[in-house]
Write a protein that binds this ligand. Structure first.
Ligand code: MF3
Ligand code: CO
Ligand code: CO
Length: 289
């Protein structure tokens, strides 16, 4: 689209295009000419939209804080679902996973060799030594906040504890690689190299995603990508850093009974942390974690 330099900028700032995003668009166009994948305007969050996602994130993080304070051996994963459902609604939000493409619960709970999309159940009782990912997504006023954390139940074996901590570090390594005018591949490869150096493998088939105005927006985000490939990161692009990392091999399978829950093929442990960020002029700002 050719926008008059004196017309109002597409971003809604009320400024003239030439005084707002013209130089930004020119810079993106230059990367596009060189063959880079670049985001469209629809993926660039405005300050107002960023504020909206932060308010949603207050609820999102309150849910995970509560889980962290109350999770223990002997409770069922359904109890976690009850907490998330109640806190989200009490704070005026909506649990995004409930009914999302048929997902039946308000949160995902993935234990030990479950990679992701574990379904809370009265029958799944947490045991001493378990590691569990609780992945919570919240909608408030149409804005989405999506983050997940690992929790360790009681006395966890040293190698499992190390996996949980190393994957947390892998996310930090990925976050450090988020810089405007670099690519998602720079970030993904940083995560992958770190995980490989620890002897783990990163799941290839499932990744992160753009987020904010919808649950899953473009781009799809890989954590086994190559430097300089994948979408260009530009200020205002919002996405998740959420690598799924296995202690054994990278292969996975989906539970045929529920068509949701993903497991490691070799039954090895898997861990994941998820942080939602927006790219800024000099790096990133965390939205939910
Ligand atoms: N919260 C997950 C993510 O980080 C998606 C869960 S979708 C569900 O993308 F349907 F499984 F809940
Ligand atoms: Co996500
Ligand atoms: Co999530």
């Amino acid at each position: 689209m050719i926008l008059g330099r004196n017309s109002l900028c597409w971003c809604g700032s009320g400024l003239k295009y030439k005084n707002c995003h013209e130089a930004f668009d020119d810079r993106i166009a230059e990367f596009k000419r060189k063959g880079y994948k670049v985001p469209g305007h629809d993926l660039i969050k405005t300050p107002e939209q960023i504020e909206g996602t932060k308010k949603s994130a207050v609820i999102n993080m309150a849910c995970l804080d509560y889980v962290g304070e109350h999770i223990r051996a002997g409770i069922s994963t359904q109890e976690i679902d009850n907490w998330v459902s109640k806190i989200t609604k009490d704070m005026g939000g909506i649990p995004a996973t409930l009914g999302y493409e048929g997902f039946p619960k308000s949160v995902c709970t993935s234990i030990n060799s479950q990679v992701c999309h574990g379904i809370p159940s009265e029958e799944d009782i947490l045991e001493d030594g378990d590691i569990i990912n609780v992945d919570c997504t919240t909608i408030l006023n149409g804005y989405y906040a999506d983050s997940s954390r690992m929790f360790m139940i009681g006395d966890v074996a040293p190698d499992a504890k190390k996996l949980v901590e190393d994957v947390h570090e892998a996310v930090r390594v990925g976050l450090d690689a988020i810089k405007p005018w670099r690519t998602l591949g720079d970030m993904g490869s940083a995560v992958n190299e770190f995980c490989k150096s620890k002897g783990y493998s990163v799941v290839r088939e499932i990744g992160g995603h753009g987020v904010g105005l919808d649950f899953h927006e473009e781009p799809w985000v890989s954590y086994v990508s190559e430097p300089g490939t994948e979408m260009l990161m530009v200020p205002g692009l919002m996405f998740t850093v959420e690598p799924m990392v296995n202690m054994g091999g990278p292969d996975i399978f989906i539970d045929a009974d529920n068509d949701w829950t993903v497991y490691t093929d070799d039954d090895s442990l898997s861990a994941q942390w998820e942080v939602q960020i927006v790219v800024t002029e000099d790096g990133y700002e965390a939205i939910s974690w």
